[in-house]
Write a protein that binds this ligand. Structure first.
Ligand code: NAD
Length: 445
């Protein structure tokens, strides 16, 4: 395996342009689109082998502790009653209560929720916050629901999973398709059942009902803290580096804004409709104002139009995929010209693409490290909600930076010691910490 060498330039090698795969991948010319769960299990097995985990312990850690499926009715605006299916999965509780988002999407299934719950366990352990992993989901397309239907669905789903969630046991948060308003409805529903307000039941809620300052910005800021630390570590000049960001939602827009504030040149950004490019740098504050008015980056006058596919292949220092999974695959990985791919989204790089990037000396900062800023500040929000004592945004951001910098070094230094790529190193670190906690607690009864 080729491990990243900061002294060697990254190369978009013609031998790995997707037409021809490197030797590593010969015999696997067609990329198999594994399910997220299959990928999560394969990653676990590899890390468990490196850690030489006891087979009984490994078998426990690779299984989800509890899984709840709920089917429930919702009255639609036209008077019809429709049945929806939802899930909540607790993967592991060795290091503390479980924490993880709720996803509303038509494609959600139990396996996807299991995979996301498992990744949350490792992510929380990597940044060393006292949580295990959980995830939830409802099979629906939130864009097709009216606000009243969305509220009805959310309140009923919250009621159905309420025996499974609590401020001490399992604390949901937003994920794709859900937002602070949905967290407010969950918090209100849970509180109505208890008869008093329980703000610590969710994180990512609006600030006016106990959300944390800096939570919305946390993931994007965390990404750029990690990237800047990588530059410092390798002795590279960070000033004025070029950054490309795919996705201009919560994670993408704040990553671009933070990069801009740190003196980087954000040369391209995109949303679902396509990208915009200006090699001299895009005025991000002005673009965010434009976005608030037009709900898209398209039509912004300070840049040229490009496609999402072209955007990923632009020459740049740092590429941040911050939209969705499976964006960098064997088909385009060989044409990625960035020095660093900083994963803002969960699962944007396929395992085959990982190997191509590694062969081309492109450093991938993996999602479970790079985008962990969101759950770190969710942890801060939970602590503030429990104590009813609120922190200034500066305090939140400084504490976040300390944790992201420390976590980057924990993963990077271990990768050097053990000769591992950063993704494997992060998994080994996270899984190792959960295994240790499990052994310290001992086996009940
Ligand atoms: P979001 O819904 O706010 O934004 C998603 C953005 O991606 C939008 O700009 C959308 O237009 C764009 N997009 C959607 N499909 C696209 C496509 N096919 N090509 C290009 N752009 C596309 O979501 P978000 O909260 O920013 O989350 C983005 C990713 O980051 C997800 O993978 C999510 O799981 C992950 N993530 C989010 C957080 C968080 O705190 N929000 C934390 C960790 C990881």
């Amino acid at each position: 395996m080729t491990i990243f060498d900061p002294l060697r330039p990254s190369s978009a090698s013609p031998a790995t342009n997707g037409a021809e795969l490197p030797t590593l991948l010969q015999g696997r010319a067609t990329e198999k689109r594994e399910s997220a769960y299959a990928t999560a299990l394969a990653q676990f097995d590899r890390a468990a082998q490196i850690l030489n985990l006891d087979p009984g312990l490994a078998d426990t850690l690779r299984s989800c502790k509890r899984e709840l499926t709920v089917n429930f009715p919702v009255k639609m605006d036209n008077g019809e009653v429709r049945r929806f299916t939802g899930y909540r999965v607790h993967h592991n509780t060795a290091r503390g209560p479980t924490k993880g988002g709720i996803r509303y999407a038509p494609t959600v299934d139990l396996d996807e929720v299991r995979a996301l719950a498992m990744w949350m366990t490792w992510k929380c352990a990597i940044v060393n916050i006292p949580y295990g992993g959980a995830k939830g989901g409802v099979v629906c397309n939130p864009k097709e629901l009216s606000p009243r239907e969305l509220e009805g669905l959310t309140r009923r789903y919250a009621t159905e999973i309420s025996p499974f969630i609590s401020p001490e046991g399992d604390i949901p948060a937003p994920d794709m398709g859900t937002n602070p308003q949905i967290m407010a409805w969950i918090m209100d529903t849970y509180s109505m059942h208890r008869g008093y307000s329980v703000p610590a039941i969710v994180t990512g809620k609006p600030i006016n009902i106990g959300g944390s300052a800096g939570r919305f910005e946390a993931t994007g800021r965390g990404i750029m803290f990690t990237v800047r630390e990588a530059y410092r570590t390798f002795g590279w000049d960070f000033d004025g580096i070029s950054v490309v960001v795919q996705g201009f939602g919560n994670v993408g827009s704040i990553t671009a804004q933070t990069a801009h504030e740190m003196g980087c040149r954000v040369i391209a950004v995109s949303d679902v409709e396509g990208g915009i490019y200006n090699p001299r740098g895009i005025d991000i504050p002005r673009l965010r104002r434009y976005m608030r008015e037009h709900s898209t980056v398209q039509g912004f006058d300070g840049a040229d139009k490009i496609t999402n596919a072209e955007l990923l292949e632009l020459p740049c220092d740092v590429l941040v995929p911050a939209a969705m999974e499976n964006q960098i695959t064997h088909a385009n990985a060989g044409r990625i010209k960035a020095r660093i791919v900083a994963e803002g989204a969960n699962g944007p790089t396929t395992p085959e693409a990982d190997e191509i990037l590694m062969a081309n000396n492109v450093l991938v900062i993996p999602d479970i490290l790079c985008n962990a800023g969101g759950v770190v500040v969710s942890y801060f929000e939970w602590v503030q909600s429990l104590q009813q004592l609120f922190w200034e945004e500066d305090d939140v951001t400084h504490r976040l930076e300390r944790i992201m910098v420390r976590s980057f070094h924990d993963v990077y230094e271990q990768s050097i010691r053990m000769n591992l790529d950063l993704r494997t190193s992060a998994l080994v670190l996270g899984i190792g910490r959960v295994a240790e906690a499990t052994q310290t607690r001992g086996l009940y009864p």
